[in-house]
Design a protein around this ligand. Structure first.
Ligand code: FES
Length: 166
């Protein structure tokens, strides 16, 4: 989606009458962030500047709104996102070994993306399936009981696929 394509009035049909122009513009921010991130996999600075101009909202406010949500990213992300759960149950069952192995294999630290943008390595507090600890998610897929064999399978899959599908 091009920033210029954002049509403020189109988004506020009936409710538009009770909202001020400023409220309408600010209300569009999250939608715009979602569209930009869908297209670029993160929120590039030039797109946020363009959005700030288009909606006449200070750039600092645009950044402030985006950074409130953990879901929006300001740096390029990989096609595959591998996320190691480091919550208590997973930690106790060896999550740090899993994380270390992935860091070593892909040459990145937690929170980093490989230079070829094939993979981003992240950690999370708890995925909500502690009974399967240690847990790793690969894109949308949850992989439980991750021991040395499963780590190697994950590495192989991520390295050999453009994008790992669940
Ligand atoms: S601590 Fe890892 S799934 Fe809950």
């Amino acid at each position: 989606m091009e920033i210029q394509e954002i049509d403020i009035d189109k988004h506020y049909k009936e409710t538009g009458e009770v909202l001020t122009t400023d409220q309408k513009k600010r209300g569009l921010l999250i939608y715009a962030f979602q569209q930009i991130q869908k297209e670029h996999n993160y929120l590039p600075e030039d797109k946020l500047r363009e959005l700030s101009k288009k909606l006449d909202i200070p750039l600092a406010d645009v950044y402030s709104a985006a950074s409130f949500y953990k879901h929006f990213y300001f740096k390029p992300r990989g096609k595959n996102v591998v996320c190691v759960c480091v919550g208590t149950a997973c930690h106790v069952r060896g999550a740090s070994k899993v994380l270390h192995k992935l860091e070593e294999e892909f040459g990145v630290k937690e929170g980093e993306t490989t230079p070829d943008l094939s993979m981003t390595l992240e950690t999370v507090g708890c995925v909500g399936c502690c009974g399967l600890a240690p847990v790793v998610t690969v894109n949308e897929e949850v992989v439980g009981d991750v021991g040395p064999k499963k780590v190697n399978e994950i590495i192989k899959r991520v390295k050999s696929a453009d994008k790992v599908k669940s």
